[in-house]
Design a protein around this ligand. Structure first.
Ligand code: NDP
Ligand code: MG
Length: 382
C-alpha cells in the first residue's frame, strides 16, 4: 500500500490526484491540505479518510472541525498545519499541488522528513531550486515531476545518460492569444484569459499560460530538475498540445512523449514511477489528428518568456522577484484592478527595482517575496 499526502487537494491537480487514487486500490491518502474550500475538503475527508487535514484559514479550520467531529481526523491550520500535513508520518510521497510560493516551506519539511515529492508546485523550484535540489540529494529523496512537460522529459530520459542530453525541447501551446500583437491584447478581460485552448487548470496557471509566463517558469523548473543550463532549454510552440516535450541527444536523436492532454497521466506516472498503470480515457487517433504543427515562440509580444530567460540566467533572487511579481500581478488582474498588459509590465519593473542577492537563503527568498509585494502595493494596488 502506497501512502500519500496531497497538498492543495481541492484544486485542479489535487482533485485529479484523488481521481487517480480512486481508480487504484493500492494507494492511501494520509493527509490533505486546502486553502479555504471546506465544503469540498469535507467530502474528501469522508471519502479518503486521512488522519490529518489542514485548512489554511483558522476560522475555516474551526468550522471544518465541527463538521467532521464524528471522524477520527486531526484538523490543523496555517503554515504549521501545512507542514504537519506535508510531514505526516506514514506518507511516502507528497503531492505538492498548492499554488504559489506558499509551497516552499512544506516541500522542504517533507523532504527533511525523507519523503519523495511529486512536484506540481513549480514556483517552489523556480525560487528555491538551489536549496531544493541539493537537499533532495542529501536526504536521498526523489523529485518526481507532475508538470506535463517535465514528466514528458523525465520519461524521455528513462535509461539515458544525462551527459548525452544536448537540448531539452520544452513544448508550449502558445495559449489563447498566440499570434496576437501586444496592442491587440491590451483590452483582454479576465474571462478571455481564463479560456485555455487545450487544458482545464486552476485560475493562476491559466493566466500564466496565456501570458507565456508559465512557460518561462517551466524553463527554470526544467533547468533545476534535469541539471542542465538554462540556454539548453528551448521552447517550441506546438499548438495542439499533443507532444508534451522532447529531448535531443548528442547523436541528434530526438525522443518525444506524446498523448492526449490529460494531467492524470503525469500524476499517475509520478505516483507509480518507474511503473506504468492502465489509465482510462481517450487515446491519440493520428488519422483524425492528421497534423502536428510547430513554430518559434514570440518573445516580443510575450515579454514574460523573454524576462524569464533573463532572470533565469541571472539566477540568485531574480527568479523570486519574477515569480512573486507575477503572483501578485495575476491576483490584481483577476480582481480586475489592473489591465492585462500590466501583468508583464509589473514583472519587468519589479525585476529592475528589487535588490539582487546572489545565493539567497530561504529567509532571504521569503524577504525578497515580501519586498516585491510591497513594491507593487505602493504603485499599483492602492
Ligand atoms: P488550483 O488553483 O486549482 O488549486 C490550488 C490548490 O491549492 C487548492 O486546493 C487551494 O485550496 C490550495 N491552496 C491555495 N492556497 C493555499 C494555502 N495557503 N494553504 C493550503 N492550500 C492552499 O491550482 P492548480 O491545481 O491548477 O495548480 C497547483 C500547482 O500545480 C501550481 O503550482 C501550478 O503551477 C501547478 N500545475 C498545475 C497544472 C494544472 O493542470 N492545473 C499543470 C502543471 C502544474 P482552495 O481550493 O481551498 O483555495
Ligand atoms: Mg506545464
Amino acid at each position: 500500500m502506497k501512502q500519500i499526502a496531497v497538498l492543495g487537494s481541492t484544486g485542479s491537480i489535487g482533485t485529479q490526484t484523488l481521481e487517480v487514487v480512486r481508480a487504484n486500490s493500492d494507494i492511501k491518502v494520509v493527509s490533505l491540505a486546502a486553502g479555504s474550500n471546506i465544503e469540498l475538503l469535507e467530502q474528501q475527508i469522508r471519502e479518503f479518510k486521512p488522519k490529518v487535514a489542514c485548512v489554511w484559514r483558522e476560522e475555516k479550520a474551526r468550522e471544518l472541525k465541527e463538521k467532521v467531529s464524528d471522524l477520527p481526523v486531526t484538523i490543523t491550520s496555517g503554515m504549521e498545519g501545512l507542514i504537519e500535513a506535508a510531514a505526516a508520518e506514514e506518507a511516502e510521497i507528497v503531492v505538492t499541488a498548492v499554488v504559489g510560493m506558499i509551497g516552499i516551506r512544506p516541500t522542504i519539511a517533507a523532504m527533511e522528513a525523507g519523503k519523495d515529492i511529486a512536484l506540481a508546485n513549480k514556483e517552489t523550484l523556480v525560487t528555491a531550486g538551489h536549496i531544493i535540489m541539493p537537499l533532495a540529494e542529501e536526504k536521498h529523496v526523489r523529485i518526481l515531476p507532475v508538470d506535463s512537460e517535465h514528466s514528458a522529459i523525465f520519461q524521455c530520459l528513462n535509461g539515458e545518460e544525462k551527459k548525452e542530453i544536448s537540448r531539452i525541447l520544452l513544448t508550449a501551446s502558445g495559449g489563447p492569444f498566440r499570434g496576437k500583437t501586444r496592442e491587440e491584447m491590451r483590452a483582454i478581460r479576465v474571462e478571455d484569459a481564463l479560456k485555455h485552448p487545450n487544458w482545464a487548470m486552476g485560475r493562476k496557471i491559466t493566466i500564466d499560460s496565456s501570458t507565456m509566463v508559465n512557460k518561462g517558469l517551466e524553463v527554470m523548473e526544467a533547468k533545476w530538475l534535469f541539471g542542465v543550463g538554462l540556454d539548453d532549454v528551448e521552447v517550441v510552440v506546438q499548438p495542439q498540445s499533443i507532444i508534451h516535450s522532447m529531448v535531443e541527444f548528442s547523436d541528434g536523436a530526438v525522443m518525444a512523449q506524446l498523448g492526449t492532454p490529460d494531467m492524470k497521466l503525469p500524476i499517475q506516472y509520478a505516483l507509480y514511477y518507474p511503473h506504468r498503470r492502465h489509465l482510462g480515457g481517450k487515446r491519440l487517433d493520428f488519422a483524425a489528428l492528421s497534423k502536428i504543427t510547430f513554430e518559434a515562440p514570440d518573445m516580443v509580444n510575450f515579454p514574460g518568456l523573454r524576462l524569464a530567460y533573463e532572470v533565469g540566467r541571472k539566477g540568485g533572487s531574480a527568479p523570486t522577484v519574477f515569480n512573486a511579481a507575477n503572483e501578485m500581478a495575476v491576483g490584481l488582474f483577476l480582481d480586475r484592478k489592473i489591465g492585462y498588459l500590466d501583468i508583464t509590465d509589473i514583472i519587468e519593473k519589479a525585476v529592475e527595482e528589487i535588490p539582487f542577492k546572489e545565493q539567497p537563503t530561504l529567509n532571504e527568498i521569503l524577504e525578497t517575496e515580501q519586498a516585491t509585494y510591497e513594491f507593487i502595493k505602493g504603485r499599483w494596488s492602492d
